[in-house]
Design a protein around this ligand. Sequence first.
Ligand SMILES: Cc1cc2nc3c(=O)[nH]c(=O)nc-3n(C[C@H](O)[C@H](O)[C@H](O)COP(=O)(O)OP(=O)(O)OC[C@H]3O[C@@H](n4cnc5c(N)ncnc54)[C@H](O)[C@@H]3O)c2cc1C
Length: 405
Amino acid sequence: MQKADFDIVIIGGGIVGLATGYKIAGARRDISIAVLEKEPTLAGHQTGHNSGVIHSGLYYKPGSAKAKTCTDGRKQLVAFAKQYGIPYEICGKIIVATHEKELPGLERIFNNGIQNGIEGIVKISPAEIKQIEPFCAGIAGIKVPCTGIIDFVAVANKLAELIKRQNPENKILTSHKVIGFDKRIDCTDVLTNQGTVSTRFVINCAGLFSDRIARLDGANIKMKIVPFRGDYYDLKTEAQGKVKNLIYPVPDPQFPFLGVHFTRMVAGGVECGPNAVFSFKREGYGKLDFNLRDSWESLVYPGTLKLFFKHWRYGLGEYVRAFSKKLFLRQLQRLVPSIQGADLTPGNSGVRAQAVGSNGAPIDDFVIEPHRNTIHVLNAPSPAATACLAIADHITRLASEQFKL
Ligand SMILES: Cc1cc2nc3c(=O)[nH]c(=O)nc-3n(C[C@H](O)[C@H](O)[C@H](O)COP(=O)(O)OP(=O)(O)OC[C@H]3O[C@@H](n4cnc5c(N)ncnc54)[C@H](O)[C@@H]3O)c2cc1C
């Protein structure tokens, strides 16, 4: 029997893959791990293109994996940041209703928060909204004191450093793109653009490409990753005084996105966004980015077509808003009426890996499925960065059962 190069190969050097490597390496120092990342640096996609918010966990359906891992993961993340000197701040946030029709949604979120045990959440009046955020207009709101902001890329890089420190045999192999698998009786050859890496077990944390990796592995999965780009504007320095911390709208419960919001970033500055626009490229950060395979796969998938058919008005609105600063501004002005076009400058963008079922419904909860000697993380959208350490605990337990480690 030939010895494999590693016991476990993790595909994807985003925050979920790295947290998984860190937790498994911490639990089992006798196991060798390699993280294969296709880019030259870690955390270059969702982890490095997000809002940088430590979510509290109040939005998610009580009992769901998101609800459970978000609150646990948040606490672990804050302890991790404290221990390793990662820039973070628990600054709190407010969610505000700006129209009467949003009040039932606000109430539903508050009740979720209570059921999910979110510390310190309280309903706030318009006067209290003004005390917290003097430029914000709202008819009712929720104050969420345990929400925070953090540098997720710094978290990812620290996790990578710790994986190597836990066992000198562990490797973080960047610029290694996984292109296939060759299954043998006792191990798997993971084929990469830089040659073969053999391993006993594989954990797929490939984010926007997790479904393709699962299919390469022969898994019969019933979903597809549909990419949704989110564009941000930045508040110019002279307007940053209009936002103290984080201001969120009441999200539309039909979609797994939180709606454009104001986020003070831990490194300074205030981001406004993101919207949620269908992307013609899985890693397409520009408004006109296009990739034939990505677009074709999305557009011939019955799930995407059903999603578009059902929500064509919303989708079209988001698409138009992506190209119209005026319409984007109008959404922001619902929360902070004095924001002007001149206060905004185009900012970053990110692409969300959102799994969609063949029935056209976006899959709300995290999906992590074992398949023979592999575990596939098939849906890890927001708040997976917040929840990464708790998701990693779950994967570590699953790996121990599935791989009989
Ligand atoms: C716009 C936006 C805002 C968000 N805001 C927040 C927020 O404020 N708070 C929060 O908690 N979450 C937020 N999220 C969600 C969060 O960023 C993601 O849930 C999280 O980063 C997912 O991490 P990941 O490791 O699964 O994916 P990724 O970070 O995308 O990592 C996957 C990695 O796999 C690599 N990869 C892919 N294919 C291959 C291959 N074939 N071979 C080798 N490597 C491969 C990629 O290069 C990538 O580095 C946001 C996401 C977006 C897009």
